[in-house]
Design a protein around this ligand. Sequence first.
Ligand code: GDP
Ligand code: GDP
Length: 449
Amino acid sequence: MVKTLTIPMVAIVGRPNVGKSTLFNRLIGERKAIEEKMPGVTRDRIHGRATWLGTEFFVIDTGGITFSETMELERLVQNQALLAMEEANVIVFLTDGREGLTALDEEIAMLLHRQGRPVILAANKTEGKMVGLEDFYRLGFGEPIPVSAAHGLNIGDFLDRVVSFFPAREKRPETAMETIRIAVVGRPNVGKSSFINALLGEDRNIVSTIPGTTRDAVDITLVQDEKAFTFVDTAGIRRKSRVREDVEYYSVLRALKAIDNADIALLLLEATEGVTEQDQKIAGYIQDSGRAVIIALNKWDLFKGAGRENAAVTQVDNVRENLKFFNYAPVVFTSIHEPRRLKRLFSLFGVVYGEYTRRISTPLLNHLLSDALSMNPLPTSGKRKARIYYWTQPAVKPPTFILFANDPKSIHFSYLRYLENRLREAFGFQGSPLRLTVRGRSKKGAKGS
Ligand code: GDP
Ligand code: GDP
C-alpha cells in the first residue's frame, strides 16, 4: 500500500445534474454551517474539508471547476475528470439512479478505467423510486452504491467505502532536530518559486531533502541560527507547468496540500496589487486548516523612493481590511532583491512557531478568566444563570482552549470572541489562530470556580 504524508483527496466526477454539488455540500455540510457564521470569509464551493469517523479528507467537486464557456459538454466533463484524477486518491463516480445509464456516463467510465485510480460508483437520487441499477454494471466498476445526496440516505455506507480506499497516513519522518514547517503559498506569479529559490538557492546549510511519495512533495530542510526550517512541497513550486498554473483550481489545490503539511503558511501577496479574490480564497483555506500564518507583501522592491512609506501604510491597511479574519497575522514586506528582508524572516518564523506551540498554565488561564468574567459578566438567558467554571489548554498547534460551563449552549459566540481577545491581549499569540470551545460540566464535578 502506498503511504502518504498528505491528507487524502476525494474527487466527485460525473455528468452535469447527477447531484455532484449536492453530494459535495452534504459531505462538507457541517463545516460550512460553521463557516457561514464567521464574518468576512469568502470561499468558493469547489474544495472543502470533510471528516468521517475521525478521518479527515478533502473533497473536490469537479462540477465546480470552470473552463471556457464555449466548450462542449463532453470536453468539459472530460477535462474536469482528468484534472481531478491527477490529484485524487479516490474518485467518486456519481450517476443518476433515476435517469439510469447514459452515453456520457459510459464515456466518463472509459476515461476512469484508463487512469487506474480507485473508483467508487454511486447512483444518486435513489430515495423512493428508482430504475434498476443492473445497467450500471456495464460500467465495469461493480455494484453501484445507491445514495440520496439530497436526503442523506446511505451516505454512511458510502463514506465507509470511500475511507477504506485511503492510503495509510504515515507519520512524518522524525528528524533529529525539531523543525519548523513552512508552506509558501500564493496565487500564480506572485513570486513563490523565486522566493523559495532566493531563500534556499545559495544557502549551503541545506541539510536534507525528503522526497515524498508523490512526485510533487519535496521538503527541503535548512538550518539557520541553530534552528531547522523545512519548506514543504518545494518541488511543486519549483517545477511547474504554465498551463496548469493557469487553472486556478490547480494553484489552490497545491496550496491546500502544502498548508496541510506545514506549521506556518506564508501567504505571498503581490504588493502592487493588494488582496485579490483568489488571495482571499487561499487565505480561507489557511484559516480552515488552523495553521499559523504570516502575510508577506512581495516584490516590495517595485515601490521605490519617497512614496514607499505611504505605500506601506496603505498596503497594510488593505490587507487588514480584506483579510479581516487574519487580524493576528504579522504583515511583512519581502523582495528577492533585498536579501536582508528575507534573512529577517527566519527569526519571525521562530517567533510565530513559538506562539503556535505556546502553553498557558491552568492557574494563569483561570486568573485571566475570572478577570474577564468580572469585567464583562455573562449575560443571563432564561431562568438558568450561565456559569463558566474553569478553563484549560489541552493542546497546541494551534493553541486550543476548553471552557467548562454549566450550560454550553448559553455561552454565545461573541463571548468566545471576547475571551479570545483577552487571551491575545494577555499573551500575544502573534500569527497563531486560537481554538476556543465550551463543554458542559455539572457544578458538582467542577474544579476551581
Ligand atoms: P451537479 O450538476 O452534478 O452538481 O448536480 P446538482 O447537485 O446541482 O443537482 C442537480 C439536481 O438534482 C438538483 O435539482 C438537485 O436538487 C437534484 N438532486 C441532487 N441530489 C438528489 C437526490 O438525492 N434526490 C433527488 N431526487 N434529487 C437530487
Ligand atoms: P510563482 O508563479 O508564484 O512561482 O512566481 P515566480 O517566482 O515564477 O515569479 C513570477 C514573476 O515575478 C517572475 O517574472 C519573477 O521574476 C518576478 N518576481 C518574483 N519575485 C520578485 C520580487 O521580489 N521582485 C520583483 N520585482 N519581481 C519578482
